[in-house]
Design a protein around this ligand. Structure first.
Ligand code: SF4
Length: 183
């Protein structure tokens, strides 16, 4: 089997700003959706940024689970579903007993269901700058919260509350793994 690779923009090993509970957050590099007013335009380029293997990513997540007792992982971007190997990562995260939250600029109905295997919750849709929303982490009112499993169904309030603190992303050179806002 070919090596399972991912194009990574940034990782926050432990944060409370990217979903309920303590989580690892992974920003994938590359997006072709082109929302006006995108908050991460530097993550749109499809060029290789930081190429990591599945096993390297799982090692980072597992280390944070041991050290920080994270509850799950959040996928952001960029557009996570451009990573054709995403399903393998989600499967391994679930095997560790952790949850998966996916942010995608695609609409849920247009997503290949293969990307949703082992995903617990998705927030879908393009960012529409004329439809600004003050929900936590959700940029515009056209974007939907979709519970794929029951894991986060009790956490709706986390997203409906006004915006709280946000993690800062600091990328310097090849150093893409950084400590989160709760450490
Ligand atoms: S989907 Fe996300 S990363 Fe892509 S252009 Fe829209 S806001 Fe930016």
């Amino acid at each position: 089997m070919n090596e399972i690779l991912f194009n990574i923009a940034a990782i926050n090993i432990c944060t409370e700003a990217e979903g309920p509970y303590k989580r690892a957050a992974i920003w994938f590099q590359g997006c072709t959706i082109g929302c006006a007013g995108c908050c991460n335009p530097h993550f749109q380029s499809l060029e290789p940024e930081h190429i990591m293997t599945h096993d390297e990513l799982i090692a980072v997540i597992h280390q944070s689970f041991i050290e920080n007792n994270i509850e799950g992982v959040t996928y952001l971007g960029g557009e996570p579903t451009l990573q054709r190997n995403l399903v393998f990562l989600s499967e391994s995260v679930h095997k560790m007993g952790l949850g998966v939250i996916l942010f995608t600029g695609n609409t849920f109905s247009n997503l290949d269901p293969a990307f949703l295997k082992d995903v617990d919750m998705a927030i879908d849709g393009k960012y529409e700058q004329d439809l600004t929303d003050n929900r936590n982490l959700i940029g515009s009112s056209n974007q939907n919260i979709i519970f794929i499993t029951d894991r986060y169904r009790s956490q709706t309030e986390w997203f409906l509350n006004p915006r709280g603190k946000r993690a800062e992303i600091n990328i310097s050179g090849n150093d893409i793994v950084f400590s989160g806002d709760v450490l």
